[in-house]
Design a protein around this ligand. Structure first.
Ligand code: NAD
Length: 493
């Protein structure tokens, strides 16, 4: 780690295969959420820079889309290799920009695996044929859209960058990726690796900057044919409005959550408590699918709560995220920190605080940076604001229930629908819940962040539009064209 940690990160824009300053030299400061010192001055892409990136992607599209899947895949395989080679540096850059602990950093490996998969899967982008119309041989062709915009959040940046970019370019599209202003360093590092992997200029362009400038320009751009976005519902709505008011570009959305978990008396309480506590603590609670609402059957609530609190007390090691012994870093920045504290105040007003965020010292855990201790509330009314809105921090509400019907109703009484979980030994009950939950993923005797490499991910209701996954994403980035070929009836003489 030490030699890589000393490397000065790249902070410029990557357009048409080259790094360059933003127009007029505009930059924005990136502050460490741990030390509160300025880590870097990062290029702020202007509307002109964004237009240049889209133009570069558009120019690169004909040649890139004409390559065979095998040829496109070779660049991707090389990029996967480089990502693995730079795993420690990527982990370090994330730690100093948004506070993600280097311990347990899995993003680079997961990103490399996705790249390796999509490097060879573009062969599957095939159409169908049909002889069911008399006198015709009909078919569909699968073709890339053209320029795809990729807008990512700050909480798991390397993974989201690759998870969207890899299937898009495998399918033959070219891309403009915009990183989050809270975590731009790893995306800029990926741009360096993309350059080293020798991708043709313009195939992948990487911008840094704020959403209302470069993000909004991409969302309104007439040459962007598809925009894939992970982030908040608020921004998702703005992007959808921009798409509607420009060229009606296709959108794929992975948005926020308020995920519920239910624990029945027959559950293995220890593992249920351990896993639900981890779900809300991992990445300092800044996880879309974190189980921020936990419903425990009244008959086991006391025991569950004791186990839950004990697990958090024993397992959380808060501190400098570059320290490999730390597993709980700060919140990503001041805006995020103030927002979480605001919800903690609401929680105290409406519910009962049983762990964490009381007075200032307890919120900060004695640290100078934007730290928030895991915070637990009980007995919060279902209609309280904190039960309805996404906190996106290490804050959980634990309520009790008596009957199955009652808890199904409570779990589904949300505009979000990303992930739900049930802990029980009763298989029939588990399957009743799996079918009743209005959620894109349901965990049975497991909770988020548990996922599966080969199954889709996405949200019901306001948690998203579309699904991502190895069997879905390629399809997302291919148009379908119907070709009707009239063959006539002339026989060979
Ligand atoms: P955000 O919506 O504030 O920002 C996400 C990205 O959108 C950033 O790059 C930002 O610069 C950009 N952006 C902001 N305004 C824009 C605009 N007007 N036009 C275009 N782009 C704009 O979200 P965030 O704070 O970065 O991330 C947290 C949110 O992301 C949470 O709601 C979380 O639940 C969600 N999230 C969802 C998933 C999922 O898979 N469903 C995964 C991670 C995070």
């Amino acid at each position: 780690m030490a030699p890589e940690a000393a490397v000065i990160p790249e902070t410029r824009l990557f357009i048409n295969g080259e790094f360059r300053e933003a127009s007029y030299g505009a930059t924005f400061p990136l502050k460490s959420p741990t030390t509160l010192e300025i880590t870097a001055q990062v290029s702020e892409a202007s509307t002109q820079d964004t237009n240049d990136a889209v133009a570069a992607a558009k120019a690169a599209f004909p040649a890139w889309s004409a390559l065979s899947p095998h040829d496109r895949g070779e660049y991707m395989t090389e990029l996967a290799r480089l990502i693995l080679e730079h795993e420690a540096e990527l982990a370090h850059l994330e730690a100093v920009s948004m506070g993600r602990p280097v311990s347990g950093y899995w993003d680079a490996k997961a990103a490399a695996r996705k790249l390796q998969y999509f490097a060879s899967c573009a062969w599957n982008g095939q159409g169908q044929t049909s002889l069911h119309t008399p006198g015709f041989v009909n078919m569909t062709l699968r073709q890339p859209f053209g320029v795809v915009a990729v807008i990512i959040p700050w909480n798991v940046p390397v993974y989201f960058f690759i998870n969207k970019m890899a299937p898009a370019i495998a399918a033959g599209n070219t891309v403009v990726v915009k990183s989050s202003e809270k975590a731009p360093l790893t995306s800029a590092k990926l741009a360096q690796l993309i350059q080293r992997a020798n991708f043709p200029p313009g195939v992948i362009n990487v911008l840094s900057g704020h959403g209302h400038i470069s993000g909004s320009t991409l969302a309104h751009h007439m040459d962007v044919r598809l925009l894939t976005f992970t982030g908040s519902g608020r921004t998702g709505r703005l992007i959808q409005q921009a798409a509607a008011s420009s060229n009606l570009k296709n959108v794929i959305f992975e948005l926020g959550g308020k995920s519920p978990t239910v624990v029945f008396p027959d559950a293995e309480l220890e593992s249920a408590a351990k896993e639900t506590a981890y779900s809300i603590q991992w990445n300092s609670g800044q996880v879309c699918m974190a189980n921020s609402r936990v419903y425990v059957h009244a008959s086991v609530a006391g025991r569950f709560l004791a186990l839950f609190k004990a697990h958090l007390r024993d397992s959380v090691r808060m501190g400098d995220p570059t320290d490999p012994n730390v597993n709980h870093g700060p919140q990503a920045d001041e805006v995020q920190f103030r927002n979480v504290k605001r919800y903690i105040d609401m929680g105290k007003r409406d519910g009962e605080l049983v762990l964490g965020g009381g007075e200032e010292d307890e919120v900060l855990g004695g640290h100078k940076g934007y730290f928030v201790m895991p915070t637990v509330f009980t007995n919060t009314p279902e209609d309280a604001q904190i039960m309805k809105e996404e906190v996106f921090g290490p804050v959980v509400n634990i309520n009790t229930f008596e009957t199955e019907a009652e808890v199904i109703q409570k779990m589904n009484a949300s505009e979000f629908g990303l992930y739900a979980a049930i802990y029980t030994q009763d298989l029939s009950r588990a399957m009743r819940f799996a079918t009743s939950m209005e959620a894109g993923t349901v965990g049975v005797n497991c909770t988020s962040p548990t996922g599966a490499f080969d199954l889709p991910f996405g949200g019901y209701k306001a948690s998203g539009v579309g699904r991502e996954g190895i069997h879905h994403s390629l399809d997302n980035y291919l148009e379908t064209k119907t070709v009707l070929v009239k063959v006539g009836q002339t026989s060979i003489v």
